[in-house]
Ligand binder design. Structure first.
Ligand SMILES: NC(=O)c1ccc[n+]([C@@H]2O[C@H](COP(=O)([O-])OP(=O)(O)OC[C@H]3O[C@@H](n4cnc5c(N)ncnc54)[C@H](O)[C@@H]3O)[C@@H](O)[C@H]2O)c1
Length: 396
């Protein structure tokens, strides 16, 4: 089949490579010209796709990237994988989804299967995508992406995939398409169920992370190790699921998706109280970290050299979206600390570059990538570890 993927970010490029591997002829469409040039040169910008895999598919003609929207017409399948962020009031920003839908409405004149993989609230496929595309009789399905960048155990192939469609024909076509590169497909009765399942999954994580984040603060005040308690609780073989505390939540999903659910909950008059409270707890974690760092550094960090180690939102990925490291750094600077950061994976961020760990008096480990020089970290006078993975240092 001829397949177009709108958006060549984490999700879109992953699906593009999956579909190319299944024997389809894939064009990855994106509005970012620089990214298109890089992709066509065989350079991948995401961790899960190697340059050699990408170059291989380009060489056989199975994949090409393009910024020319005319490539969309004549495709059998068009997958939408564009950002769904929050606006400045923390409400859903569907402008990218609308722009992608409008491109389809303008350029695609032959009927296609249109699939949305972007995360959004229930009703998005029906109202915000299909509702904007008039004239041509397309088929519409929702298959929210569950990719976890950097996760070597669960990828596109073996993560079960939900599919809901506006019609049985749309579901059947989507099942056939994903069946080429996904092992386990689960049909649900409507796109709204698939959309809601995705945001509920991430809300479940957001709320449980907030719960352990609040719990470790209680445990610390009680003079016991929160992490030891969580490890002890996790020995129960049923009825308990471990979550890790940390400096807050980052990335495109956990800090964002629950607010999509809260938005529709509000519209139907049911308050999403857990989501609101979990956001408050998670967003307050950088301030808690800085409070602990100040306390552990003799009551003040003023004029002290601090290095924040690992600024991406999770280990072994370079993604800094919504990373709590930003607030940790800003709050330390507000306290008068001289703050640099070290993250070789990220390299450059917020107009600053990764610096050395050596020479700092205080190290605050927000994210620990493989290969980070722990000896250099431990050589700092005081170490505060937010990851719970460095022995014999202070932390959460
Ligand atoms: N990153 C993840 O781990 C993850 C996991 C599951 C679901 N999701 C969801 O998938 C969606 C995409 O996320 P992502 O992480 O791939 O985003 P991303 O920012 O990595 O990539 C999005 C791409 O879309 C492009 N784009 C924006 N508007 C466009 C348009 N009108 N036409 C063509 N391209 C356009 C951007 O240039 C960018 O390259 C979001 O809804 C996100 O919530 C992400």
């Amino acid at each position: 089949m001829r397949v177009a993927i709108i958006g060549q970010g984490y999700v879109g490029l992953t699906i593009a490579v999956g579909a190319a591997g299944a024997g389809h002829s894939v064009v990855g469409f994106d509005v970012n010209d620089g990214l298109i040039a890089e992709l066509n040169a065989g350079r991948s910008h995401i961790e899960g796709i190697s340059d050699s895999d990408l170059a291989g598919f380009i060489a056989t003609g199975a994949y090409k990237a393009s910024a020319d929207s005319s490539v969309l017409d004549g495709c059998d399948v068009i997958v939408i994988a564009v950002p769904t962020p929050l606006d400045t009031d923390r409400n859903p920003d569907l402008s990218y989804v609308h722009a992608a839908s409008d491109l389809i409405a303008k350029h695609v004149k032959s009927p296609a299967l249109i699939i949305n993989e972007s995360t959004s609230y229930p009703g998005t496929l029906r109202k915000e995508i299909a509702g904007r595309i008039t004239g041509v009789k397309h088929l519409y399905a929702s298959s929210p992406e569950r990719v976890d960048p950097g996760n070597n155990q669960w990828g596109t192939k073996n993560t079960p995939r939900l599919i809901g469609g506006l019609t049985p024909a749309a579901v059947a076509r989507a099942v056939h398409f994903y069946g080429g590169f996904c092992d386990n497909i689960i049909e649900v009765s409507s796109p709204e169920v698939a959309e809601a399942a995705k945001i509920f999954e991430n809300t479940f994580r957001q709320v449980n992370i907030a719960l352990v984040n609040e719990f470790v603060q209680i445990a610390d005040a009680l003079g016991i190790s929160g992490r030891e308690v969580l490890d002890a609780a996790a020995t129960k073989p049923y009825g308990f699921m471990p979550f890790n505390p940390g400096p807050g939540v980052g990335g495109h999903c956990i800090p964002v998706d629950p607010s999509y659910l809260a938005h529709v909950a509000n519209e139907v008059g049911v308050p999403a109280t857990f989501i609101k409270r979990a956001n408050e707890v998670n967003l307050a974690m950088p301030a808690y970290v800085v409070k602990r760092v100040v306390a552990g550094s003799g009551g003040s960090v003023k004029g002290k050299k601090v290095v924040v180690v690992g600024v991406s939102y999770k280990s072994n990925v370079a993604d800094t979206r919504e990373t709590p490291a930003a607030a940790v750094i800003d709050l330390l600077r507000e306290q008068g600390a001289i703050v640099n950061w070290h993250d070789d994976l990220v390299g450059a961020w917020r107009g600053e570059s990764s610096s050395l760990v050596a020479g700092a008096e205080i190290a605050v480990v927000v994210t620990k990538h493989e290969g980070v020089d722990l000896a250099a970290v431990k050589a700092c006078g005081y170490v505060f570890d937010c990851t719970g993975s460095i022995d014999d240092v202070d932390g959460i």
